[in-house]
Ligand binder design. Structure first.
Ligand SMILES: C[S@@+](CC[C@H](N)C(=O)[O-])C[C@H]1O[C@@H](n2cnc3c(N)ncnc32)[C@H](O)[C@@H]1O
Length: 246
């Protein structure tokens, strides 16, 4: 049974995706409702503003909250890309897509926000580069099965703790391909109960950390996951590597 259809209404496809040998296909699915606390809803509201109306300020905000380290942490993901083409999910303002283009890697970007798409287009045009990008959801990837050697996600939004996203990442990865997630959390070398509490408010009622939840969903989806901790004193950045079990 073929339950894919190309180009659903309103879906914008940037040229060049199929030139990389990636077939576009779109599975119809419905969103899952995620019950959240009031603080979680406030956090989501604020981040949605940052990804949309305030997308122009995203790079500066990221630089400020990380004391200038955001881009260094984000680029750590590239050290683990072993196979191409690469799908970057939630590419934001396109810094990592730009880095991949400069290395000559075949890459495709997907992000939900049209405002982020515009920021990225402007950035790429200034450098005379073009990278295929699609607007879409991590939970409904518009690609055929086994399209990518790697899927990369840095500083992911809440889609990363949705089991539907992990199932989709596995589906579009080739056997032996790898999901790489950098910046899911960035931790100081201390255990902060208040931080754990805040995470629970934002990411849902589960007492498991976002890292544990991604691990649980990865295993269920058929990905074998390990976490490498990269030191950037006093910070520690987890890099999640999840391989598609053939
Ligand atoms: C925190 S930003 C990270 C941007 C960039 N990867 C970085 O390292 O700075 C999260 C991005 O995910 C996008 N996003 C949010 N929900 C999404 C979803 N369900 N599917 C795809 N992208 C999504 C947002 O539009 C935003 O650009």
């Amino acid at each position: 049974m073929n339950h894919f259809q190309a180009d659903p209404p309103g879906f914008r496809v940037e040229s060049g995706v199929e030139a990389l040998g990636v077939r576009i296909a779109y599975e119809q699915m419905s969103d899952r409702a995620q019950p959240l606390s009031p603080l979680g809803r406030l956090y989501l509201w604020a981040t949605h503003r940052l990804y949309n109306e305030l997308a122009w300020s995203y790079d500066l905000a990221a630089w400020i909250v990380s004391a200038g380290r955001w881009d260094r942490w984000r680029r750590m993901a590239l050290d683990y890309v072993a196979q191409q083409p690469v799908l970057e999910v939630g590419f934001g303002t396109g810094e990592l897509l730009l880095a991949m283009a400069q290395r000559g890697w075949p890459a495709v970007g997907l992000d939900l926000s049209p405002a982020m798409q515009r920021q990225t287009t402007t950035k790429l045009r200034r450098r005379g580069l073009s990278i295929p990008r699609l607007q879409g959801r991590a939970q409904h990837l518009p690609f055929a099965n086994e399209s990518f050697g790697s899927v990369v996600s840095t500083f992911p939004a809440e889609y990363i703790v949705d089991p539907a996203s992990l199932t989709e990442f596995r589906r579009v990865l080739r056997p032996g391909g790898r999901l790489i997630i950098a910046g899911l959390i960035v931790s100081l070398d201390v255990e902060w109960p208040a931080w754990r509490w805040l995470n629970r408010q934002v990411f849902g009622a589960s007492s498991a950390s976002p890292l544990q939840r991604v691990e649980q969903h990865s295993v269920v989806a058929g990905l074998s996951m390990q976490v490498l901790w990269r030191d950037d004193p006093p910070w520690r950045v987890p890099i999640i590597l999840a391989e598609r079990v053939p």
